[in-house]
Design a protein. Structure first.
Length: 298
């Protein structure tokens, strides 16, 4: 399943292709992905609009659309006062890759792929395509607040790569929690977008056992956890960036980027930090495989 670095990389790869492009038409080839898909509703929402921006929130991709370009809409807009114009409601496509979602931008004559689910026809005889073999992805039509945020994503916690994710913030969330620290890092209502692999790696790099009760994490450990969460995500984004440049299109289906995993999936192998004096152990936390070194992590 794509994690935050993969989604960030897809956003960065899509943006130069999509920003400034005008959507001429859209078609849904599947009746539903995770939720229902309706060509008419999508057409009503998107067609004739220019894509203003492509950005990420947690593991969602927000594709913001500009005002409609139809002559009647322009006339109606001209009749409004400047205040009304500036208050025009903003809107966006809210996209999720699910398990196997991927995007391509290609010429409109490019043969259709087996798992093509939705395609937007863009100016310049191009198509923006969403492929999804297992159909756990989603395409939703949403309004945006004046600040560009999406009401439906309000339940999500802070962004791990932004300023709000600090040791003080993390300690505040952990002080009353008995759950393992790794589960807290994966709690999307606390911090959005850290999945199982990166939570394991961050705990290893911070020297904190994943099963430690969150309330017993010290301030220096919280400082290290925040630092290592950020570092492992940034490294993964950097490796994804170099991977994706070699693609002809835009594709998020390559699985996890080749970030050097130091502990995840290495049960029974020598620990890379203590030089093989100990072997990596595996345990299940919150139903997910977790890996740690009993010597390097306290
Ligand atoms: Zn070790």
């Amino acid at each position: 399943m794509p994690e935050l670095p993969e989604v960030e990389t897809v956003c960065r790869a899509l943006k130069p292709h999509l920003a400034g492009s005008r959507i001429l038409d859209v078609a849904a080839l599947a009746g539903r992905l995770r939720g229902p898909l309706d060509t008419e509703q999508l057409r009503e929402f998107c067609a004739g609009r220019t894509i203003l921006d492509v950005r990420r929130r947690a593991k969602y991709i927000i594709v913001e659309l500009g005002p409609a370009h139809s002559p009647s809409a322009k006339k109606a807009a001209n009749r409004k006062s400047p205040i009304e114009k500036s208050a025009a409601p903003r809107r966006a496509l809210l996209l999720h890759l699910g398990m196997t979602g991927a995007f391509r931008v290609c010429g409109e004559d490019t043969p259709m792929e087996k798992h093509l689910r939705v395609f937007w026809t863009l100016d310049g005889r191009r198509q923006w395509r969403m492929l999804d073999a297992r159909k756990f992805g989603s395409v939703e039509c949403r309004g945006l607040r004046a600040d560009g945020s999406v009401v439906e994503l309000d339940h999500l916690g802070v962004e791990p790569l932004e300023g709000g994710f600090t040791a003080g913030f993390l300690l505040g969330k952990m002080c009353a929690r008995r759950c393992p620290v790794k589960c807290l890092l994966m709690d999307q209502a606390v911090v959005a977008g850290i999945g199982n692999i990166y939570a394991s790696e961050a705990c290893f790099r911070a020297g904190v056992r994943p099963q430690r009760p969150a309330a017993r994490v010290t301030r220096p450990e919280a400082v290290r956890l925040v630092r290592e969460c950020r570092a492992v995500l940034r490294e993964a984004i950097a490796s994804g960036g170099s991977t994706i440049r070699s693609f002809s299109g835009v594709d998020g289906s390559e699985g996890h980027f080749s970030v050097a995993l130091k502990v995840y999936g290495r049960a029974g192998e020598p620990c890379l930090r203590c030089g093989g004096a100990h072997t990596v152990r595996k345990l299940i936390l919150g139903g997910r495989s977790s890996f740690y070194c009993p010597a390097c992590q306290k």
